[in-house]
Design a protein around this ligand. Structure first.
Ligand code: ADP
Ligand code: MG
Length: 477
């Protein structure tokens, strides 16, 4: 029998920040197909190369610190962290050990419909190392990534399942994207995680032994690694062999779906930290901090609450709308232009997203703007076009890239004018006296015959509601 223990998880999430130049050098920060093309002496670790701090990276770090409700320091200070590895030729990583850009944070996330607060130990700005690739008998190094801005956040051990861990990571990926501080694309390796896992008895007061799984590169691997590791530790504990769970660093092997021991981790490595003397303390003035705070957009969860609360949308629809900030912004623009929220939601989640996917376009790339959608729905409301015609106009605008007014004209306009329809109906009744008599004698089914006649004469343009209304008035009197 496998006993059920409580899992405890703490995450270290690394995310590459967006910027034109690197955090400590002037070479370009960005992906390049050509290895070692975005490099300068600092990135290559040449002795004597001086760091220069990128202001945009500092701003982004401050913004994310505020998103996590962390305490900000008075100034930015960087420390040298010493270690040896071929991807770090200087032997020095610049990071924030003494005074991180944020400490003691907390953020609310949603996991399986429930809210949960995740506590943040700290968040700090540092530079990335080069990327290595290993072949059978040789290894190669690409320094394009060297000195690129990296933001690392460390949670408290306060996540209790693989589901919660992934929900937190997804929440943060969304926050990075909403804030525009990172592309946060896991497929491009922009997010990497260290996952710390331990188990304990349900009623225990002390944590169990922690195992660290390094450098997990996708959220599904984080999920699988946690599931596997909790099972491995639980089986050992249930078998009375918990002493075999030791504090160590493991790696996740995607192929076998298991974690494997890399090295033991009995004591903290001595990195010989000391403040980097070549970067002056960078003061965070209250004015600057406030101006950054004002730039933080409303994030996905807050928007979702508004969509379900104020607009009465379903949880499912609201989730689709907030998945990407651009879609959410588009939706809100429609509302501000007077489109009914449920209607706007319907157009976007059913038609627009399908069109985007089919044509591989983003919402900012399609021709149909919120103003167009507002114009179309406005005309449905006024009765100029039917909802079926609205759909035709909608697709014509998308396909032909023309204003909707080009398709809403006298030619195809719906006839809603009672006077005009009355004239047509009077003519039809006069031409079919026999049918009128039979209808009045009780043959109700003939009502549809009259509706059909009106539609035929108007080539489908008669407003059906007004038509039926008038027919009832004239026939049932
Ligand atoms: P290190 O420097 O070795 O990575 P830290 O003290 O910085 O160690 O902790 C790193 C991570 O380990 C944090 O995310 C923290 O939440 C997590 N952690 C600490 N103790 C435990 C535990 N018993 N079980 C699971 N995670 C833990
Ligand atoms: Mg660690």
């Amino acid at each position: 029998m496998i006993m059920k223990y409580k899992a405890v998880i703490g995450l270290e999430m690394h995310c590459e920040l967006k910027s034109d130049s690197k955090v400590f050098s002037r070479s370009r920060n960005g992906y390049s197909k050509l290895a070692n093309s975005n490099v300068c002496p600092f990135d290559l670790g040449f002795p004597g190369a001086m760091p220069s701090l990128n202001k945009r990276s500092v701003k982004e770090a401050v913004m994310m610190s505020m998103v996590l409700n962390c305490k900000l320091p008075e100034y930015m200070l960087f420390d040298r962290k010493h270690y040896f590895y071929p991807d770090l030729p200087s032997g020095i990583q610049l990071t924030q050990n003494t005074l991180p850009v944020g400490v003691d944070g907390a953020i609310e996330i949603e996991c399986e419909g429930k809210r949960k607060t995740v506590y943040i130990h700290d968040i700090h700005l540092e530079d990335d190392a080069a990327a290595m690739d290993h072949f059978e008998d040789t290894s190669v190094i690409d320094f394009n990534r060297s000195a690129a801005p990296l933001l690392e956040l460390v949670t408290q051990p306060c996540l209790y399942s693989a589901e919660e861990a992934v929900a937190f990571l997804e929440h943060m990926r969304s926050a990075y994207k909403y804030c525009g501080t990172s592309e946060a694309d896991t497929a491009k390796g922009q997010i990497r995680c260290d996952v710390n896992v331990s188990i304990m008895d349900e009623d225990a007061t002390e944590f169990g032994t922690r195992v660290e799984i390094k450098n997990v590169n996708s959220f599904s691997n984080v999920y699988d690694a946690i599931k596997y590791e909790v099972r491995r530790q639980s089986e050992l504990k249930a078998a009375g062999r918990y002493d075999e769970v030791v504090q160590e660093t493991r790696r996740y092997d995607e192929v076998s779906g298991t974690t494997q021991r890399m090295r033991s981790k009995e004591d903290a490595v001595d990195y010989k930290y000391f403040p980097e003397p070549n970067i002056p303390r960078y003061r965070l003035t209250p004015e600057w901090v406030e101006s950054i705070r004002r730039e933080i957009p409303r994030l996905a969860l807050e928007r979702k609450d508004m969509y379900t609360g104020t607009y009465g949308l379903s949880d499912y629809d609201a989730s689709i709308l907030v998945r990407e900030k651009e879609i959410s912004d588009y939706f809100e623009k429609c509302i501000n232009l007077g489109v009914d929220p449920k209607e706007a939601c319907n157009w976007i989640t059913v038609n627009i997203i399908a069109y985007m996917n089919k044509n591989e376009l983003t919402i900012d790339e399609i021709f149909l703007r919120p103003e167009h959608l507002a114009f179309i729905t406005e005309n449905v409301k006024k009765g100029t076009i039917s909802s079926k015609q609205a759909k035709d106009v909608f697709f014509k605008v998308l396909e032909e890239k023309k204003e909707p007014s080009a398709f809403i004209n006298k030619e195809n306009a719906q006839i809603s004018d009672a006077g005009e329809l009355e004239g047509i109906i009077d003519g039809i009744l006069a031409a079919n006296p026999g049918e009128v008599e039979k209808y009045r004698a009780g043959k109700d089914k003939l009502f549809e015959f009259f509706v059909g006649q009106v539609m035929r004469q108007t080539r489908g343009k008669a407003n059906p509601v007004v038509t039926k209304d008038l027919l009832h008035k004239k026939l049932d009197q």
